[in-house]
Design a protein around this ligand. Sequence first.
Ligand code: G1P
Length: 288
Amino acid sequence: MPATKATPKELLPVIDTPLIQYAIEEARDAGVERMIFVSHPSKSAIERHVRDDVGLREMLRGRGKTGLEQRLKDAAIDEQRHDVVFVMQDEPLGLGHAVLLAHEHVLPGPVAVILPDDLILGGRGCLAEMIDAYASCDSGHLVAAMDVDPETVSSYGILSPLTQEGAFVKSNAIVEKPSVDEAPSNSAVVGRYILHPDIFDALSTQEAGAGGEIQLTDAIARGIAEIGLSGFRFSGIRFDCGSKRGMLAAALHIARRDPDLAPVLSEFLDSAEPGRSDRFFAADKTVA
Ligand code: G1P
């Protein structure tokens, strides 16, 4: 707030691309066939962004703005190739409730979930990595995981790790937003999940948990014995775009790789301290 008073957070841009667009591209790159957007009636602008606007593109083409027109065409989901479904969650009853609302629309087999305010950049697309990894994983639920500052565990679903093998963190429990004292580890779930389809049975009987909401974490936890749970250490960098710091860090991360924007950054850094941009851009190489 106030940025999200009238604009859905999913449409906040990092530089010139809204968060929902990054999520769409990640899903598309991962080969997702049907995209189900769980939204709210007050957020109708999301659907306007997601669906192709042929009239707008024709207008741009008519005015000779073919570059812009092509960008819009590339960004829009091609509904000949991907199904697009919008489902409304009228009340904020939780992430678990949102996933349950998608049930009647999902295709058979495992289901991928993306939370667009967790932006993951660099490396391969996180979801594509997870879908590949899922094939060689003996857990029915696979969740993206990363270590977080122990002081922040109460903002996340936290894993109780049993073993770590390569990128997989086999876990025997998961707790939603534990206190620092009760957290089983600092291995946090970030917004990418590949879920065994039995998750919908668990969600249909799931009672409200942390914050009075129906938590996806709780439904995952109930199935661990039969279905199995692993965290997956993805290769990209995650930005919490639900926070100002995360939004700024994501914008800087993108800007320093962009030939048009990098000089603006270097000018800014050098105006504060000559030579500083050399160190900033050198540091960039270590996280690339
Ligand atoms: C949700 C999940 C939480 C997860 C987090 C990742 O929480 O409930 O388990 O760790 O996303 O961003 P939210 O941030 O929506 O409160």
